[in-house]
Design a protein around this ligand. Structure first.
Ligand SMILES: *Cc1c(COP(=O)(O)O)cnc(C)c1O
Length: 325
């Protein structure tokens, strides 16, 4: 069951050196993994998770998907696109009230055919069960994907991603010492951790927390630990995981989720103007700023190879244009 997926994207995603940026930070060799180019309605990291969810939903005979997020959720946009491709109806539970204008990811989710429900203060799927029951009375066969797609099945998408990375590293004869990435709902982080351990890679993960709030009554690190403990059994990883293995770097989320500061703007400008690659202001921009801070202040070992895992998010730039000009 563990390896079955419905192909939805362009894999492997490119792994490239960041030549100009490496010159700007001469103590480090910088690389980037382009999950922003994973296909499916402008790409992103959720495509990897969705390949497992869509397979599971189809194999269970479901015809309807529910998932949840913020109005500018990349996860929701990619989920609607996946549903379009797989012929499934897609319902989104989005935080906040219906805005006058649709923009960024919300506009794209609408164009992709989402049935959108606005849920006020709830943006992490709190209303999913009620909607599921409503749809079931209408004879729909419903499959619920959790907030951010972050359960074990979703995390397996990133175990797969590490196998993909390992192959590329062998082909390129390259050793990576650190991976920086944005951690929001924990599935990417848990999958990378499990994948690195499964593949016996000597890589230090640097998850940058982009959200101060936890998930339900758990902190994000607790949620990640739970996924590690579930995953190690299925993957036969002989390791005792503790909260230490699930911890995040919390130094860059002070403004709160989706609040754009000079930091994210600086990061977006930097990568765009040095390498011609676009980040997003909520996730990858915040994580990239965290990496820049580590490089500028030599917070990690010098003369090492550092990978930024670009998780996508391009459409959100259009929604946040005012903060980015
Ligand atoms: C969802 C998302 C993340 C975080 O992934 P999680 O698995 O939720 O931690 C990072 N970057 C972008 C652009 C995302 O959409």
């Amino acid at each position: 069951m563990l390896n079955k997926k419905h192909e939805l994207g362009f894999f492997p995603t490119p792994l490239e050196p960041m030549t100009n940026l490496s010159k700007a930070y001469p103590n480090y060799n910088l690389f980037i993994k382009r999950d922003d180019n994973s296909g499916l309605a402008s790409g992103g990291n959720k495509v990897r998770k969705l390949q497992f969810f869509i397979y599971d939903a189809l194999s269970k005979g479901c015809d309807t998907i529910i998932t949840a997020g913020a109005q500018q959720s990349n996860h929701c946009r990619q989920t609607v696109a996946a549903c379009a491709k797989a012929g499934l109806e897609c319902h989104l539970l989005l935080g906040g009230d219906k805005p006058k204008n649709y923009n960024g990811n919300l506009l794209l989710s609408h164009l992709l055919g989402a049935k959108i429900h606005f849920t006020g203060n709830n943006r992490k799927g709190e209303d999913a069960l009620k909607l599921k029951q409503d749809l079931q009375t209408k004879k729909r066969k419903v499959y619920t994907i959790p907030y951010g797609g972050s359960n074990l099945l979703g995390a397996l998408g990133f175990v797969d991603a590490v196998k993909e990375l390992k192959k590329q590293l062998i082909e390129m004869d390259l050793k990576i010492d650190y991976i920086f990435f944005a951690s929001g709902s924990g599935g990417t982080q848990a999958g990378l951790r499990l994948g690195v351990d499964l593949c016996n890679l000597d890589i230090k993960l640097m998850p940058i927390s982009i959200d101060k709030t936890g998930i339900g009554d758990k902190t994000l690190a607790e949620a990640v630990l739970e996924l590690l403990q579930q995953g190690k059994t299925d993957l036969h990883i002989q390791k005792k995981y503790t909260l230490q293995d699930a911890k995040l770097i919390n130094d860059y989320n002070n403004a709160g989720y989706g609040v754009i500061t000079q930091n994210e703007k600086k990061a977006i400008n930097q990568l765009a103007q040095k390498e011609g690659i676009l980040l997003d202001p909520v996730y990858s921009g915040r994580a990239f700023y965290g990496m820049m801070d580590h490089l500028e202040n030599n917070k990690i070992k010098q003369h090492t190879n550092v990978l930024f895992w670009h998780t996508g998010g391009l459409p959100a730039n259009f929604y946040y244009s005012e903060a980015l000009i």
